[in-house]
Design a protein around this ligand. Sequence first.
Ligand SMILES: *Cc1c(COP(=O)(O)O)cnc(C)c1O
Length: 364
Amino acid sequence: MASDLWNLLNDLPTFPADRYASIADRIARLLGTRNDVVLIQAEAVVALEAVAANVARPGLQTANIVTSPYGGWFGGWLRHGGASVTDIVAEPARPIETSAVAAALEANPDIRVLSLVHAESASGILNPLEDILSLTRQRGILTVVDAVASIGGHPLDVDAFGIDIAVIGPQKSLAGPAGVSAIAVSRRAWEFVARDGARRNSILSLLDQRGWIEGGRGALPGTPSAMEFFALETALDRVEAEGLENVIARHAKAAAASRAGLLALGSEPGVQAKSGSHLVTTVKLPEGADMDVLLRAADGFGAALTAGVGPGAERLVRLNHTGRRARFDVVLANVIAYGMALRAQGLPADIAAASETIAGFYGG
Ligand SMILES: *Cc1c(COP(=O)(O)O)cnc(C)c1O
């Protein structure tokens, strides 16, 4: 009985080849770029490792900004490829200072590549991307930006900003699937990747991916996972229907309302507004509060509270308002849950004031 064996998740129609190219074009539009966009059939960490593997060469001088475990991994992948890496490390759970980047580039005039994460979901910070890009532009340095946690949450105009390689994933603000990602590659970056020693015939090879573009984008590079690609397509449909600027504005509002709500509660946000991610808002756990007890006490409010990840973020609570969560009820639940969990530990929290403050952002 064939009908008994039919399963929606396994028996999807093949994803059409012509729509594969159109997905790349739609992502290019979201990124504000005319650069080539290649799709990677894996979560964004694989795309990031592929970028490092294709850029690195023995003797290449690179600078790598570290504001989270992701930046730490990127430096490791560059080193694995033989590159010499100057890590520019931020204070724990803080954005990098532009002056620290300027000093590192001054001290190492042979640096040819700089990599950084734009916004961090691990610690809730936003790096000063445009200021850093003006430093690299002056020096002709190739830039690699991990924009996985900023696309859809913060303005990201790849061509206007002058980003050579941007890596994104749909699973954060774009509220799409996690099993596919994309890389926008400038002409200059392609030349860089294609120089002597280029990686070929490898799942991590960007030049292999470029073969799909050079072949007129007809023949697919491998079998696209129908589930992931249909899901990505519907995520793009939703983002385009709402409008990218509105998606970004919705995240900015969720961040502003969360921050104001926390302040009204009597709590201290992890960073200043200008250095804060629009996807997660962090709050400093007050002395005397225990993280595990707090998170347990917050259960049951339909909230999205987690501990920060990485050095310096251990005492930060993350209020998640990413993707579909960037809306009133989640923002309210997060702040109320946090306040109630403080109270459960005998600490003060003005929940009425916080609720009114948040409501003020969404009324009218
Ligand atoms: C989420 C995220 C990624 C991708 O991680 P996944 O494990 O693929 O979800 C990469 N970089 C940053 C900065 C992220 O926040």
